[in-house]
Design a protein around this ligand. Structure first.
Ligand code: GLU
Length: 506
């Protein structure tokens, strides 16, 4: 049964979604699902100057890849739609007017030059200019609190540019509640009269956000810490409208792996990891940013890693499927302090998930890579290869480097290994070994091992003298899984050919 828990992820389409944004979406999703609620996507595109055309598609694609689909949003169950603020434009003016009528807002006609002069004047005196009760009625600022009604109408009718500002009450202490941070007290005298409605006919984020959260019946606002400073204004707006406010939870910042501050794209570029879920091409500069998907991460590993950036289940356990995260997630276990991003830990999650994938699933991912190399081989064979290399793989893209010798004869031999292990007597020994191998009938790994080891013992020479050159001949270097498994896998004929090849080439 659906509950009345309704949460929204409300990104502004200004570019690709940073992993901080994805984490906000994820926590909203987990919270919604845990409480049988509804997860909503709302596109907050009222700032036309920062609008980027392909960003909304990117956001939708990213949520899809992360496997955290929204229940309502653009083109989906538009019960409270539209879900794009630019398409709700006409609605907001009505609400700005309500605040004007109630005396919670006022028109301001100050030009940006006038405001700059004010700002500079304050700075010269070592003060900061705040547009609020300190100065809004002192005469230097031009607004409907000091102009006559006639004058205000005249200015509006003649097309004078205006904004609508919120009239912050004076001398009040706001007691704010945050699900993660607890009680926060704010003196309203420190707040400025934020613009609610802009001269371009668009609402600002603050007005649109509150109106939509109310109309869309949002029960919990779960968003990044950077919006905490807006909480006093938002709380006042609910009061001004006479609406009950949703509950708020402000998530901790995701911090740089080294040094101080918020994780940025630059940190990723510098240290070599993506900060976006999907690769992103900037249409203006042509720059392409890396994405976790394209870098080869599994979406479930990525999500598990993200879940732990600011939350923990209170136990040592770290691996959780999405369903398990839904069960475990609790805002009470979200930390107040910032979460340091750890690229190594991200890889660790990926490696753990690699081990949990079935050989069949991984085989399907490996086949296209093999096909590109012109290799088409029985699926069962590939599955066996996967089983023997999986442990050492982090990404699907590692498979080839870890297993090429299962498919092709080495084209080169590691020079250092050759120098150390391919000695004068080696070719003769390998010739003899070819004979031994050609006589083996039961070509199972265990039997091959038994026969070759017995032969080495009978010759009374060190194992390494045979085993190392043999491995070099088959693999091209001293690496790879259990040697007798490789021999059994590639078969008698290929083993002998590779030995002959090495004798010829080395
Ligand atoms: N549009 C805001 C953003 O881009 C949403 C903040 C909120 O969730 O209230 O993050």
């Amino acid at each position: 049964m659906e509950s009345n828990v309704r949460v929204r992820f409300a990104p502004s389409p200004t570019g690709p979604l940073h992993i901080g944004g994805v984490r906000t979406a994820l926590y909203n999703y987990l919270f919604a699902k845990k409480h049988n609620g509804t997860f909503i996507l709302r596109i907050e595109d009222t700032d036309q100057t920062r609008y980027v055309a392909n960003a909304e598609k990117y956001i939708v694609d990213a949520l899809k890849w992360c496997n955290i689909p929204f229940d309502e949003g653009p083109q989906k169950n538009e019960k409270f739609g539209p879900y794009r603020q630019s398409e709700r434009k006409d609605l907001y003016k009505k609400y700005a007017n309500i605040l004007l009528e109630k005396g919670w807002a006022y028109y301001a006609f100050d030009t940006s030059e006038q405001l700059d002069t004010e700002r500079k004047g304050h700075e010269e005196k070592g003060k900061t200019f705040i547009y609020n009760w300190h100065n809004r009625q002192k005469g230097r600022l031009v607004n409907s609190l000091i102009l006559s009604e006639d004058e205000v109408q005249k200015r509006i009718n003649s097309g004078d540019k205006y904004v609508i500002r919120f009239k912050t009450p004076q001398d009040e202490v706001l007691i704010l509640e945050d699900e993660i941070r607890g009680t926060i007290k704010i003196d309203t005298n420190t707040l400025d009269d934020k613009i609610l409605f802009k001269s371009d006919g668009m609402p600002t984020y603050h007005l649109a956000n509150i109106v939509d959260d109310h109309l869309m019946e949002i029960s919990h606002v779960i968003r990044g810490e950077e919006w905490l400073p807006s909480l006093p204004l938002h709380t006042l707006l609910y009061k001004a409208f006479g609406w009950s406010a949703p509950k708020f939870a402000h998530l901790p910042l995701i911090l740089k792996p080294v040094g101080k501050g918020k994780l940025s794209k630059r940190d990723g570029d510098k240290l070599g990891f993506p900060v976006f879920p999907l690769a992103y091409k900037n249409e203006v500069s042509g720059d392409v940013s890396r994405g976790y998907k394209e870098d080869g991460y599994f979406n479930d590993a990525f999500i598990n890693m993200l879940a732990f950036l600011g939350w923990n289940p209170g136990t040592e356990r770290e691996l959780f499927s999405l369903e398990e995260l839904v069960q475990e997630f609790d805002l009470k276990r979200v930390s107040k302090s910032g979460a340091k991003f750890n690229p190594d830990k991200t890889k660790w999650f990926q490696q753990q998930y690699m081990q949990t994938k079935s050989d069949v699933e991984l085989t399907d991912l490996f086949i296209p890579i093999l096909e590109e190399k012109g290799i088409s081989i029985d699926k069962n064979y590939i599955q066996k290869v996967i089983a023997s290399i999986k442990e050492r793989a982090v990404f699907v893209n590692d498979f080839w480097a870890l297993s090429s010798f299962f498919f092709v004869t080495p084209s080169e031999y590691n020079a250092k290994n050759v120098k150390k292990n391919w000695k004068e007597g080696t070719p003769d020994l390998m010739q003899e070994l070819i004979k031994v191998i050609s006589l083996i009938e039961d070509f199972s790994s265990e039997n091959i091992e038994k026969v070759i080891k017995e032969w080495i013992s009978s010759k009374e020479i060190g194992f390494g003298k045979v085993m190392q050159p043999l491995r070099l001949s088959l693999v091209g270097k001293l690496a790879g899984p259990h040697l007798f498994d490789i021999i059994a896998m590639i078969g008698k004929e290929k083993t002998i050919k590779r030995l002959e090849n090495a004798i010829k080439k080395l």
